[in-house]
Design a protein around this ligand. Structure first.
Ligand code: SAM
Length: 223
C-alpha cells in the first residue's frame, strides 16, 4: 500500500521533476564566487556574438514599457540594463543568477545608468526564484546549457510566466564538424534537443530566428 502511495506521488506532475538527474555537473564551477571584473572581459568582449549583436537581440525581444521581465543567468548584467531601459520606470526587470556577485553587479550597473527598476534574485539550480504568474517574458542568453536540472528549472519558469508570457532562449549552435571544439565540449545539447526538452516541459515554439552565425534564437509560449 505504501509503495502505491509513493508511486502515485512520483507520478504527480511537479514531483516527477524532483527526481531529475543533474545533466551538467561541474559546468558552473567557475561561477561559484566570480570576479565580476574578470568576467566583464569575457562576456563583453568584441567578437562574442551576443555582445556584438546585443542591440539587435534587444529589438527582437520586443519589450514594452510597463512589462515585468526576467534576465535569467544575468551574468555581468549588460542585457539587464538594456532591458531596464526598454521596460521603463513602470516596468521591472528581475536579474536572476546563481552567483550573488553577478546579481549585485547587474543591479548596480542598471542603477549607475539611472534605472531603479531592477530587482536582483540569487536563485538555485532547482528554480528561478520568481513568483508564480509574475513575468511577461523570461530571457535566457547562453545560460540554458548551464542549467543543471533543465526540466526542473523549466517548470519553475513556466510557473513564473503570466498566461500569455513568453520565453526567449539564445544559445550556441552545436553542429559536429562545424562548431568549434570549445562549443562541442562545453555545450551539452544542440538546438533540436533543446527544443524537444522545452516542448516536453509544456511550451510551444512561436518564433525561430536565424540572424546570428553561431547562436540560435527560439521564442516559446506556455502551451
Ligand atoms: C555564459 S554566462 C551568460 C551570462 C549572460 N546571460 C550573457 O549572455 O552574457 C552563464 C550565466 O548563467 C548563470 N547560471 C548558471 N546556471 C544558472 C541557473 N540555473 N539559473 C540562473 N543562472 C544560472 C551563471 O552564473 C552565469 O552568470
Amino acid at each position: 500500500m505504501l509503495g502505491i502511495v509513493v508511486f502515485a506521488a512520483l507520478l504527480w506532475g511537479g514531483v516527477a521533476t524532483a527526481a531529475e538527474q543533474n545533466v551538467n555537473p561541474r559546468i558552473n564551477r567557475n561561477y561559484q564566487n566570480p570576479d565580476v571584473g574578470q568576467w566583464v572581459g569575457v562576456f563583453e568582449r568584441d567578437g562574442r556574438e551576443v555582445w556584438d549583436r546585443r542591440f539587435d537581440i534587444l529589438d527582437r525581444l520586443r519589450l514594452a514599457p510597463g512589462q515585468s521581465v526576467a534576465d535569467v543567468g544575468a551574468g555581468t548584467g549588460f542585457f539587464t540594463a538594456l532591458m531596464a531601459s526598454a521596460v521603463g520606470s513602470t516596468g521591472t526587470v528581475y536579474a536572476v543568477d546563481i552567483a550573488r556577485n553577478f546579481v549585485e553587479a547587474s543591479v548596480r550597473r542598471a542603477a549607475e545608468q539611472g534605472f531603479d527598476n531592477v530587482v536582483g534574485i540569487v536563485n538555485s539550480q532547482q528554480g528561478v526564484g520568481l513568483d508564480d504568474a509574475s513575468v511577461d517574458l523570461v530571457f535566457i542568453s547562453d545560460t540554458y546549457h548551464h542549467f543543471e536540472y533543465p526540466l526542473t528549472t523549466l517548470a519553475s519558469i513556466r510557473a513564473a510566466l503570466r498566461p500569455d508570457g513568453e520565453m526567449v532562449i539564445i544559445d550556441f549552435k552545436r553542429e559536429p564538424g562545424i562548431s568549434s571544439p570549445w562549443v562541442l565540449g562545453h555545450v551539452r545539447a544542440g538546438e533540436a534537443r533543446v527544443r524537444a526538452e522545452i516542448e516536453s516541459a509544456g511550451f510551444e515554439l512561436v518564433e525561430r530566428l536565424d540572424f546570428m552565425q553561431t547562436q540560435y534564437y527560439l521564442r516559446f509560449r506556455r502551451r
